[in-house]
Design a protein around this ligand. Structure first.
Ligand code: NAP
Length: 339
């Protein structure tokens, strides 16, 4: 069966996902598109060769009888309304992160899905599909280093634009770590502290950079993450899990080791888009196949909600300079944990 897909939001990642689904992956075809900028959507549909119908509202795409499933890749504040409309129509939806821009909004999606009685929503936390994180999780799950005790992590970016300000280092950057550590450790968070130390002279006026986020999990695992988005030297993702009998680390991206010019070393990526490029393919192929089976196999609405609650707690902890609890309601049985 070919899954017929409607795309809502045709900017950077919406276009990439549309091309990926239509031309690269198996079992999917993009049949309808909407963007708030209809002219840009029309141009994309024609220039890309996808030649999908451009419809004048997200609702028209959701309601189109030949659309089996939706991809929401509009800007964050529009996600809640669009995902709720997909649930109302009973259609599966892959929503780019964030599921909603507030925890309250994400909770409304969880409640609507539970009420509808069928899992329909997947959230675009693609790190769970990265080969390196998967290998690290397999190592931890096999007990190779014993129980996890500590995680030391870093999310470094060479530079960010002037529009990246304030808490975006949490809502746009650290949000990926928030999701992937829960999945990696099969755990949830209970408290957070955010520390602003010495600011780099390379950060612009609207941004305090770097910051350190300290999370504590239910099992007592302590996770420290450096978020440093004006580091200049590269897009560098680090994750080292200290267990009872060893340390398991996220593999570095493949790079040719060099001995040259009296130096030994290997390259570091500069562009975040390249770091997890393969994981988007694996993620969406998995989504296509699960959707055809009538299942949601990846990060679900509950995961999107927990990420929002945690991000809000991080922001509050940063503002108050306090160690704050992260209060999560019990996970509904509807969202029984998957591996
Ligand atoms: P973008 O380039 O700004 O694209 C968003 C597109 O949605 C724009 O074309 C925008 O039109 C359109 N749009 C805005 N409101 C809309 C509405 N109500 N209905 C339909 N279309 C609407 O942003 P992006 O980088 O593609 O990011 C899109 C989403 O994906 C964001 O939530 C972002 O956080 C997420 N994202 C995830 C990853 C990941 O690694 N998982 C990576 C990148 C982005 P205008 O430009 O005219 O406003």
């Amino acid at each position: 069966m070919t899954l017929r897909i409607g795309i809502i939001g045709c900017g950077g990642i919406g276009q990439e996902h549309a091309r990926r689904l239509h031309f690269k992956l198996a079992g999917a075809q993009v049949v309808a598109i909407n963007d708030i900028n209809l002219a840009a959507a029309t141009q994309f549909s024609e220039m890309s060769g996808i030649q999908a119908r451009v419809l004048d509202s997200h609702q028209a795409v959701i309601d189109a009888p030949d659309v089996d499933a939706l991809v929401v890749a509009s800007w964050g504040p529009a996600h809640e309304e669009q995902v709720l409309a997909c649930i109302k129509a009973g259609k599966p939806v892959f929503c780019e992160k964030p599921l909603a821009v507030t925890a309250e909004g994400a909770r409304r999606i969880v409640d609507a899905e539970v009420q509808a009685g069928k899992k329909l929503v997947q959230v675009g936390f693609m790190r769970r599909y990265d080969a390196g994180y998967r290998a690290l999780k397999a190592t931890l799950d096999a007990g190779t280093v014993g129980d996890a005790l500590l995680v030391h992590a870093a999310h470094r970016n060479p530079a960010v634009p002037e529009m990246y300000v304030g808490d975006m280092s949490i809502t746009d950057t650290f949000i990926h770590e928030i999701d992937v550590f829960r999945w990696l450790l099969n755990d949830d968070y209970v408290s957070v502290q955010v520390i602003e130390g010495r600011k780099t002279r390379n950060a612009h006026a609207g941004l305090h950079d770097p910051i350190t986020v300290l999370l504590e999990t239910r099992q007592g695992i302590r996770i420290d993450t450096e978020i440093y988005v004006a580091c200049r030297f590269g897009y560098d993702i680090q994750c080292h899990v200290v267990g009872e009998t060893g340390v398991a680390s996220l593999p570095e991206p493949m790079s040719v080791p060099l001995r040259s010019n009296a130096r030994q070393g290997s390259g570091i990526l500069m562009d975040w888009k390249l770091r997890f490029i393969d994981s988007y393919d694996v993620e969406l192929q998995d989504w296509i196949e699960a959707t055809v089976r009538g299942e949601v196999n990846g990060p679900d609405a509950w995961d999107g909600y927990v990420a929002s609650v945690t991000a809000e707690a991080c922001i509050e902890a940063r503002k108050t300079k306090q160690i704050l609890p992260i209060a999560l309601p019990e996970r509904p049985a509807f969202y029984a944990r998957q591996g």
